[in-house]
Design a protein around this ligand. Sequence first.
Ligand SMILES: Nc1ncnc2c1ncn2[C@@H]1O[C@H](COP(=O)(O)OP(=O)(O)OP(=O)(O)O)[C@@H](O)[C@H]1O
Length: 570
Amino acid sequence: MYYYTHGDPVPPEAAISVRNVYKRHSKNAPYVLKGINLTVERNTIYGLLGASGCGKTTLLSCLVGRHLIDFGQIRVFIQNKKQLGHMPQQVALYTEFSIGEVVRYFGYLYEMTAQDIDKTYRALSKLLSLPEDGKVLCGELSGGQQRRVSLAITLLHNPDLLILDEPTAGTDPVLSSTIWNHLLGLTAQGKTVIVTTHYIEEARQADVIGLMREGVLLEESEPQSLLLRYSCSSLEEAFLYLCFRHSKEKAESKKNEDPPLTVQCSPVLHSPLVSNEYISWSRFKAQLLKQFIWIKRNLLVMSYVVFLPLICMYVFNCAVGLFPSPLRLALINEETNGLPPVSCSQSVDTGCNLTGPMSCRYMQKIEKIGKVELVQFNNMAEAREAVGHGKLWGTMQFTPNFTQSFLNRYEMGRDTEPLDIYHSNVYLSLDMTVVEYIQYVLYDHPFHGDPWITFLLVYLQGICGTMFGILICFITKQEQLAGFGIMAASIPIMTLSGLIWPVQAQPDYLRYFSQMLPITCSIDAVRGLTIRGYPFSHPMVYMGFVSSICWSFVLVLWSYIQVKRNDGAP
Ligand SMILES: Nc1ncnc2c1ncn2[C@@H]1O[C@H](COP(=O)(O)OP(=O)(O)OP(=O)(O)O)[C@@H](O)[C@H]1O
């Protein structure tokens, strides 16, 4: 067996070749990987060792395509993520899922059948000392058990390349030895394994080890050769020697750790797994299963998500915008031409005939609408008392000379006498305390437009809102901050977009601003569709669609840029 010195061409039998790789996590941060050169041959175990923070996880993330490198070249013999088994350092299990469910989910992602998943898991559960029935919730497992479940999932689909970040962390020596034996067995079957570990001595079983320190690969060699070369009895001793040597060299050279110009000018080659995507029915099925289990385990959150908007809509419609029905008013009709108050039980004339009091005609019209019930009172004092006791909503009063004064007013126009103006008015007063406290049960908002177009528009707005949420998550990165960010952005958007108060009532400078918000045009469009019955071809309606689509597109693009800036692969 021979080893490749830095800069050698990549031999065809290499499973992985890393050349002059530099990587930093943000623009002004120091390089975490500083000119890494590493070669992994096929059907071998490569043990990557190094102190905490030396860059092992970062290097593995670049190999699997989770991070992009700044300079250098990475070649990996597989092209498809289906051939990869990656066990990350941080376990990524859904804590509310049982072991069986989470194994099923990942198995489906890798396009396995339910039968194969169960069969393979049974074998792996024996190997890794996990419960065979898989009914325990992942959240109830210890850290070490969770890591073993994570390892089982990584091995589940029998991948060609295994990249394992500390698979033996938190396991006892017996289990750790079983895992190593299993990995050796896998290489005999043609698999390639890269494994990191903090337990340096267990790496003796690897075919080749790479020793890393401060982003630099100090040495890459067979364990036995390493011990012989430096006359050490243990790998720890050899590692210690190499660390001292590295510190000394560093102090002497005071080397600039930025990549040399030749490296900066060479083309960058990311891992081929970076942009490897595949969509399949099986993956779709896995996502459905995941959502279904999540809903099953989070019924409270789901009822909040589904029912809260319904309750809000119901309460809003009950409380705002309805005609109060039935509206009981106290009626004081003093129009009698000097006689006591009249009742209007006799039939009332119509048209231009004015033989009876006009107030009766007015009252009949109101009663015909059916929403107002008039209760006769002889005088205002009695009526006010009834209103005060909450029996009625308010009072309606006709003055004694209502008809005559109204006719005078009609005739005289602008020259009407003040007294006639006074007598020709209908005096209405409502008990506002009652209005404030009573909610109405029925509501019937008009809906004249096409319900399907309206549904589509609302759906598009839903997508737009989801994109907005995703963007905020990418910007803030922390769950709590994302929640605050979404709330902080939603309140001004909702208040300025005309959802609560019309845009037309805003000052000019705010009106222009509100037109640029993601939901303003769509709200207008929904109103146009529902209240006015506009077709899709009406500018008010199609502009709502244009706005929703453009905003969704902008938000997706923005999220993409943000992800790239966050140093992730797309
Ligand atoms: N996402 C990140 N953003 C910024 N810095 C990071 C990020 N991930 C890692 N680092 C930094 O990069 C350096 C290397 O981290 P890395 O996780 O690769 O080390 P490691 O060798 O795997 O350590 P350990 O063995 O403790 O897991 C550390 O200094 C760490 O702080």
